[in-house]
Design a protein around this ligand. Structure first.
Ligand code: SAM
Ligand code: DTB
Ligand code: SF4
Length: 328
C-alpha cells in the first residue's frame, strides 16, 4: 500500500501527482474504504445534493471542445438557438423546485458572455434566488467585473471546468488555454462566488491524465466547493465520441480519488448517468459522490427519468441534502 494514509482529513492543497497516481493504483476495496472515511468526516454519506440543469442558450458555440455537441463546427444535430426569455427560464426553475431540486444551474453555449446578455442572466439569477433555490450558471470565460455583477445579482455558484489534465488538454480544446480557465476561476473566486469546477473522464485520456486532472483541481486553494466529475456523453459528430467507451470501475476510481483529495467538497456524479448501470451509480455514491443532476435532460442530452432516480434513491436509502450543508 504505497499511497500515503493521511494522519487527519483536513483538506490539503499540496497534493503531488505521484501521491494521486498512487491513490488510483490502490486495490479497489482499500480505495473505497479511504473514500468512505473521508466522506463521513465532512458529510452525511446518505445525503445527496440535487441540482437541475437548463440550457438557456443552446448551440452555435464558436469554441472547439472535442466532446461538445454545441460546438458549431461539429455536425451533431444540435440547432443554434437564442438566449431564452427570462419568464420561460423561471417557469422551468419553478418546475425544478417542485420536483425536489435545491439548485438550478443555467448553461449557455458561449465563449464568454456579452454585457447585454449578462444583464439578462443577472435577472434570471435574481428570479431563481427569489424562489428559494440556489443558483449556478456556466457561461464560459468571465472577467473580474463580470463575476462581480453576477455576485451582486446573488449568484451562489459558477461552473467552469478544467475538463482534463494540462497535458491532455491540447487534444481536446485549441480555442482557449488552460491558463484562460484558471484565470476565470480566479475571477469567480475573487468575486466571492462559490466555485464549481471538475472535468470529464472517458475522452481517451490515460490514468496518468486523470491523476493530472485531479492534481490540478486538488491543488487549487481553496478547493472548488463543488467538483463535477462527468463521464463523457458520446455524441455522434464530436471528435471525442471516437474514444473507447469508459470502464465503469475506472470512473468510480476517479470519483473516489476526488473525494479523498478534496474531502470537504461536494463531488457530483455529473453527466453520463443515462448509460451507466444503477449498480455503477451506487458504487459512485459509496465512493463519495454526493450530488447529481436531476431531471430528464442535461443541456442537450438525456439524463435518467426522474421517477427512476427517485426509485434508485429509495432502493439505496438516500435522501436529498438540505441546502444549508450543500457546499462548504
Ligand atoms: N460554454 C461554457 C463553457 O464551456 O465554459 C459553459 C457550458 S459547457 C457545455 C459546460 C461543461 O459541460 C463543459 O466544460 C464540459 O465539462 C461539460 N460537457 C459538455 N459536453 C459534454 C459531454 N458530451 N459529456 C460530458 N460533459 C460535457
Ligand atoms: C458539468 O460539469 N456538466 C454539466 C454542467 N457542468 C453544465 C454539463 C453536461 C453536459 C452534457 C452534454 C449535454 O447535455 O449537452
Ligand atoms: Fe462551447 Fe462550452 Fe461546448 Fe466548449 S463546452 S463548445 S465552450 S458550449
Amino acid at each position: 500500500m504505497n499511497a500515503p494514509l493521511p494522519a487527519d482529513l483536513t483538506p490539503r492543497h499540496d497534493w503531488t501527482r505521484d501521491e494521486i497516481a498512487a491513490l488510483f493504483a490502490l486495490p479497489f476495496p482499500e480505495l473505497l474504504h479511504r473514500a468512505m472515511t473521508a466522506h463521513r468526516r465532512y458529510f452525511d454519506p446518505n445525503e445527496v445534493q440535487i441540482s437541475t440543469l437548463l440550457s438557456i442558450k443552446t448551440g452555435g458555440c464558436p469554441e472547439d471542445c472535442a466532446y461538445c455537441p454545441q460546438a458549431a463546427q461539429y455536425d451533431t444535430g444540435v440547432k443554434a438557438e437564442k438566449l431564452m426569455d427570462i419568464d420561460a427560464v423561471l417557469e422551468d426553475a419553478a418546475r425544478a423546485k417542485a420536483a425536489g431540486a435545491s439548485r438550478f444551474c443555467m448553461g449557455a453555449a458561449w465563449r464568454s458572455p456579452k454585457d447585454k446578455d449578462l444583464d439578462a442572466v443577472c435577472r434570471m439569477v435574481e428570479g431563481v434566488k427569489a424562489m428559494g433555490l440556489e443558483s449556478c450558471v456556466t457561461l464560459g470565460m468571465l472577467t473580474g467585473a463580470q463575476a462581480g455583477r453576477l455576485k451582486d445579482a446573488g449568484l451562489d455558484y459558477y461552473n467552469h471546468n478544467l475538463d482534463t489534465s494540462p497535458e491532455y488538454y491540447r487534444h481536446i480544446i485549441t480555442t482557449r488555454t488552460y491558463q484562460d480557465r484558471l484565470d476565470t476561476l480566479a475571477a469567480v473566486r475573487g468575486a466571492g462566488i462559490n466555485v464549481c469546477c471538475g472535468g470529464i473522464v472517458g475522452m481517451g485520456e490515460s490514468e496518468k491524465d486523470r491523476a493530472g486532472m485531479i492534481a490540478a483541481l486538488a491543488t487549487l486553494n481553496p478547493h472548488p466547493e463543488s467538483v463535477p466529475i462527468n463521464a463523457l456523453v458520446q455524441v455522434e459528430g464530436t471528435p471525442a465520441a471516437k474514444a473507447a467507451p469508459l470502464d465503469a470501475i475506472d470512473f468510480v476510481r476517479t470519483i473516489a480519488v476526488a473525494r479523498i483529495t478534496m474531502p470537504a467538497s461536494v463531488v457530483r456524479l455529473s453527466a453520463g448517468r443515462e448509460t451507466m448501470t444503477e449498480e455503477a451509480q451506487a458504487l459512485c455514491f459509496l465512493a463519495g459522490a454526493n450530488s447529481i443532476f436531476y431531471g430528464e435532460k442535461l443541456l442537450t442530452t438525456p439524463n435518467p427519468e426522474t421517477h427512476k432516480d427517485m426509485a434508485l434513491f429509495a432502493r439505496l436509502g438516500l435522501a436529498p441534502m438540505p441546502t444549508k450543508s450543500a457546499g462548504n
